[in-house]
Design a protein around this ligand. Sequence first.
Ligand code: GLC
Ligand code: CA
Length: 550
Amino acid sequence: MTLLQSNPSWWQSAIVYQIYPWSFQDSNGDGIGDLPGILGRLDYLNGSADSLGVDAIWLSPIYPSPMHDFGYDVQDYCDIDPRFGTMADFDRLISEAHHRGIRVVMDLVLNHTSDQHPWFIESRASRTSAKRDWYYWADGKGRRRPPNNWAARFGGSVWAHDRHTDQYYLHSFLPEQPDLNWTNPAVREAVFDVVRFWLARGVDGFRLDAINWLGKETSWPDNPRRLAWRSYYRQVHRYDRDQPHTHEALRALRASLKDRGDILLVGETSSDTPGGPAAFYGDGSNELHEVFDFRLLRSTWHPEAFRRLILESDRAVPEGGWPPVVFSNHDQSRHIDRYGAGGDPIGRARAAALLLLTLRGTPFLYYGEELGLRDGRLKRSHLRDPYTIRYWPWKIGRDPARTPMPWDDSPQAGFTSGAPWLPLSQGWRQTNVASEQQDPGSMLSLYKRLIRLKKGSKALTVGTYHPIDGGPQECLLFRREFHMEGQRESLLIAVNFSAQARKISLPTAFSELTRTGRLILSTDPQRAGDPWTADDFYLGPDEGIVVSVQ
Ligand code: GLC
Ligand code: CA
């Protein structure tokens, strides 16, 4: 870790803000967010005294797409969907963002394209098409039986039958998302061209979608079965993901970025991947810089689970790699609702905000999280995402976390002058940017304080993480430390996961360190500036604090 402490990359101390382009800001009244809309809101993100203060935005896909999977079905990797604007808008976004100190991270969907991509149209045209082997095609087992039992992530078989050529093509997600054949060197070259295209336009990094799906065992053996209620989980995904070939492709991608500057590659992988997501760091210097670990995101709000998962994921990151911290994204129910279940959602979301900004790693902040935006209470007729529609009877789904960003209390919350593509979340008349900007006790004000604190602190950005064991069971305690060439910063972080006040009562091992300090931030806005001594400090219900114990 020493190397990265002395010469950190921008992404080590950055806060990345995820924009779901459909939902951030509409500029032309069609009810769909767009690039000019984002441009008009950049000051909210950074560059002025009352901005949130984030250093980078990650844009979920903005490429031309039939939008079966809301942009994760790409029809053209090198253009902008007209719903979102033009390439000129994009170039302006890059320069205006950079001007405000905001880097831009693109979403790269490399495992699959849209079935409307010209590559696939050519591939499916005939068995002898020049691009036939850009995708995976196989014969069925006799009449009307697919080549094997593999299950698609969004339900059903991964195999779709093509009547015209009487073969099956493989799709790990929707049938409209055929998987690219990464064993084909021509595919790899075409994708690296795409990467170079966006780098030349000035982007600062890529979030690699579903990256552990790239490699498949192409002798097509059946996956072993197991018991579960949904088809995707009724098998062990031994052959359809996480093959050695994926690592080889990532090493080639990383090598292609050599001498391209400080570009971030952050990967999305499935959490039950063998070896864990950390396998995709490679040796720490030859695959991805950061890899999402969703175990914490999937956890319940429980201090013991957090203690164990934080430690496990922190320790798994090899030297040279860097962990992202993520509690919410566009694929999950928002964490205020997940962690809040059975307790006070706002109190817990405030505590989670403190963890997001104080754990070791790059915080990925999903739009609206900073307001305490809740999942939308949607009716069946509102749903747009095919996965959400398919599993709606079981209340599993993604649309509730994709509702429009509420900016103010005007009609449609300042998001659009038309009819929004998804309804606003409940509570938007209070939970919106304009009203929270005014209120020092709001979630937004807390996020701003935490972001400023993190950016001004070596310990919180590049420092090391040390759990403190033996404290009260309902609390999570840890230290962040930075020591270098005479500089020394030591912070204690404590979060009360219970609804009762708790005395911190530090374990005796801690007495070797300073037991007095200065409370520099509490999620309880009444408390800032209180003196702090380890032996008689009570944390309020759901309270989180940062103490300088220098
Ligand atoms: C990733 C994306 C998700 C998408 C899927 C297929 O998991 O985050 O939104 O549906 O990949 O591209
Ligand atoms: Ca629009």
